[in-house]
Design a protein around this ligand. Structure first.
Ligand code: SF4
Length: 331
């Protein structure tokens, strides 16, 4: 069975953009692949410092993932910093990573131009990503299109390391992208990708009333200035959300009622809110149960870290052996 690895930043609770764009797919993939999922808290410290909330955001993300259906009996779910081999392999891989490739990364250039002082961690972020994946000798990585460049660098790092330390035979695999079927999910402003920093999100665990307060004013087809104006669902983000949450016959009804101005946008949003609740209600219920027993979540993460560590230690031992390090006594 092929192995996949994917990580998610500890941003706290998931929003529906993360869920539709990645996590729902992870839940499917755990039935088809040997799946390793990680809350990447070491990556999180390359952003703005927020030590007082990091642990809570990490735990909340784990709750969201478990409530979404990541099954710790199938997939390995753990927190990155609980497996120290991630940072150790990153350092080893810096020796074969060209500086120019790091400086060419689009995400680095975007973020760096907004900063007065650029932390080295921001530059080295893709090496840690490479270490995350290569530590588990993953064959494939579920990625969105914005991550393809980073994965290509991982493949390049694996190639260079193999050429230097495992010539002719290779040891680190060059992982393939497994492109996520769910496309880019726009925020409720209908303009930009759904993102917490833009304040245009719907939380996966938000109460139905809170979701409705966000849906009511959400952007629709601007051509519908009055209730009587017909609209075009193809340019409306609410319709896109119907395509993710509403059954096919309802989607057809929405499109027809929009084009004929049979429904107003509020009618349309009410139908969407109901269908969102059918998906999100059970997830919210599972999250509430998990929150009542935080010890259980921590135990599940500890078990996940122990399982991940077993693989990680074997890889590090082989990598260090091939790189010529003197083994510590007892290893
Ligand atoms: S009726 Fe629905 S699909 Fe049409 S513009 Fe309004 S919200 Fe969008």
């Amino acid at each position: 069975m092929s192995r996949i690895f994917s990580g998610i930043q500890p941003t706290g609770e998931l929003h529906i953009g993360n869920w539709l764009g990645a996590v729902r797919n992870w839940v499917e993939l755990q039935h088809q692949h040997d799946s390793i999922y990680c809350v990447v808290d070491l990556h999180a410290i390359t952003g703005a410092a927020s030590a007082s909330t990091l642990a809570t955001r990490t735990r909340d993300m784990a709750v969201s993932l478990l409530a979404s259906g990541i099954d710790p009996a199938r997939a390995i779910l753990f927190v990155q910093s609980h497996v120290p081999e991630h940072a150790r392999l990153q350092w080893l891989l810096t020796s074969v990573t060209p500086l120019g490739e790091l400086e060419r990364m689009t995400q680095f250039k975007d973020k760096a131009q907004r900063l007065e002082s650029i932390p080295a961690g921001l530059l080295c972020y893709p090496i840690l990503q490479a270490a995350d994946i290569l530590l588990y000798l993953a064959d494939m990585v579920p990625v969105g299109e914005d991550q393809v460049q980073h994965l290509e660098l991982t493949r390049e790092i694996a190639r260079r390391w193999n050429a230097e330390y495992a010539p002719g035979v290779g040891y680190l695999p060059e992982p393939q992208p497994l492109l996520t079927p769910a496309r880019r999910i726009l925020g409720l402003d209908g303009q930009a990708k759904m993102s917490k920093s833009l304040g245009n999100t719907v939380g996966l665990l938000e109460a139905p009333e809170a979701i409705w307060q966000k849906l009511r004013p959400a952007m629709t087809d601007p051509a519908r200035k009055t209730r009587k104006d017909p609209g075009n669902p193809d340019v409306c983000n609410i319709y896109t959300l119907h395509q993710h949450f509403s059954p096919e016959p309802v989607q057809q009804e929405v499109a027809a009622q929009c084009r004929s101005a049979g429904w107003g946008c509020l009618d349309c949003k009410k139908v969407l809110a109901g269908n969102m609740e059918s998906h999100l209600g059970p997830i919210r219920g599972r999250a509430a149960e998990l929150r009542q027993s935080p010890g259980q979540v921590e135990d599940l993460l500890a078990t996940g870290a122990a399982r991940a560590s077993r693989i990680a230690r074997e890889t590090i031992a082989e990598v260090e052996h091939r790189m010529g390090f003197l083994p510590a006594k007892g290893d």
